[in-house]
Design a protein around this ligand. Structure first.
Ligand SMILES: NC(=O)c1ccc[n+]([C@@H]2O[C@H](COP(=O)([O-])OP(=O)(O)OC[C@H]3O[C@@H](n4cnc5c(N)ncnc54)[C@H](OP(=O)(O)O)[C@@H]3O)[C@@H](O)[C@H]2O)c1
Length: 336
């Protein structure tokens, strides 16, 4: 299942597509992630240039990427606004995925809210910022507060009935939480984290989603840039104070150094395949047929111009086995 539908030739590359769960959406296996573009807030990525962000979105579309993932909370509305501005500058109409359930306060800190009236208000605000009449995929950002997920899902199902959104999905849910809401309305997709450094989704979720025809769009496939080969102790030390990555355990010892070693070992694999480390990291998550697509973050056009190529890559079983070995060695290192 979830095999490539109609490969599209683009600049000599085949931008692969896979069908999203039970829906009729055919997503390119690389989707554009727009979190970092949103600029400063509690979980910002340091200074951000709007012109570059819009250029990155337009580059993604020109390269054949057919969908964009955003969220109201990314930059407190700003990421969605930038997507809306970019859409005005192109005739291409990509599939738009956004989210609900995370608001923000005056200090630009996230506030979880799954109250039905709030979900409805959020949807209207997102439609306005994005400048579209319909959101193709509307996702509950987090199952928080957990006791409210059923009521929120009911409201999202109503928004779908009213054709304000086309399909509804979830993000950061576990199997039990998905089972609870599936009793109310079908789940089109799950958006979980997945990368060489975060493989929890392999335990249960991938299998469950495949068995139940739920699409899987994985986030942070390059582990927020760590797997691109562009990180070093110097770059880490120089990250802006308002870059949230400074606070993530992956960017602290012993994990950070273990990842630098891993990346050094991955380098020859990328070289012999004539690809970059960023492309290797993305094609590695796409090796799993249960994964519909990877959401690949970018905030500059050159970044996505490099990474979209991963849509057309297939790793050999020897490469996959060797990567498996390197990942086990890294785990041993950080457990010691
Ligand atoms: N649902 C959720 O809870 C959730 C959580 C996380 C992410 N997401 C979604 O998934 C998307 C992707 O995840 P992510 O942005 O966290 O992580 P990611 O895709 O693993 O990494 C993105 C970062 O990697 C760096 N990068 C990108 N292309 C590069 C290249 N060609 N060479 C070197 N570095 C490159 C950039 O950082 P620099 O510009 O700093 O170098 C970029 O911001 C997000 O934008 C968002 O849409 C959703």
């Amino acid at each position: 299942m979830l095999l490539t539908q109609k490969p599209e030739l683009f600049e000599g590359l085949i931008v692969q597509k896979r069908k999203l769960g039970y829906t009729d959406l055919e997503l390119t296996t690389v989707g554009l992630g727009t979190w970092a573009m949103g600029g400063p807030w509690q979980f910002g990525w340091g200074p951000q240039d709007d012109g570059e962000a819009i250029a990155a979105i337009l580059t993604a579309l020109e390269k054949g990427i057919n969908w964009i993932d955003t969220a109201p909370v990314y930059g407190c509305g700003h990421s969605e606004e930038l997507v809306g501005q970019a859409l005005k500058q192109t005739a291409i109409k990509p599939i738009i995925a956004t989210k609900c359930g995370l608001l923000w306060n005056q200090k630009r800190e996230k506030v979880s809210c799954l109250k039905p009236h709030s979900i409805r208000d959020e949807c209207h605000a997102s439609l306005k910022r994005l400048g579209v009449e319909l959101i193709d995929l509307y996702q509950m950002h987090r199952p928080e507060p957990e006791e409210d997920i059923e009521k929120a899902w009911e409201e999202m199902a109503k928004l779908a009935q009213e054709a304000k959104v086309r399909y509804i999905g979830v993000s950061n849910f576990n199997v039990e939480q998905i089972k609870r809401i599936r009793k109310i309305a079908p789940v089109a997709s799950l958006q979980p984290p997945y990368s060489m450094l975060h493989r929890e989704v392999e335990d249960e979720l991938l299998n469950y989603c495949a068995e139940n025809n739920i699409g899987v769009v994985v986030y942070s496939p390059m582990c927020r840039g760590l797997l691109t080969g562009k990180f070093s102790q110097e770059r880490l030390a120089g990250l802006p104070l308002d870059d949230h990555r400074r606070r993530k355990p992956d960017f602290h010892e012993p994990r950070f150094n273990a990842t630098l070693h891993l990346v050094d070992k991955l380098r020859p694999i990328a070289e012999r395949n004539n690809i970059t480390l960023a492309q290797l990291a993305i094609s590695w998550v796409l090796r799993r047929s249960e994964v519909t697509a990877a959401i690949v973050g970018a905030r500059r056009p050159q970044q996505i111009a490099e990474t979209y190529v991963a849509s057309d890559l297939e790793l050999s079983s020897e490469d996959i086995e060797q990567i498996e070995q390197f990942l086990s060695e890294r785990l041993e290192k950080i457990r010691r």
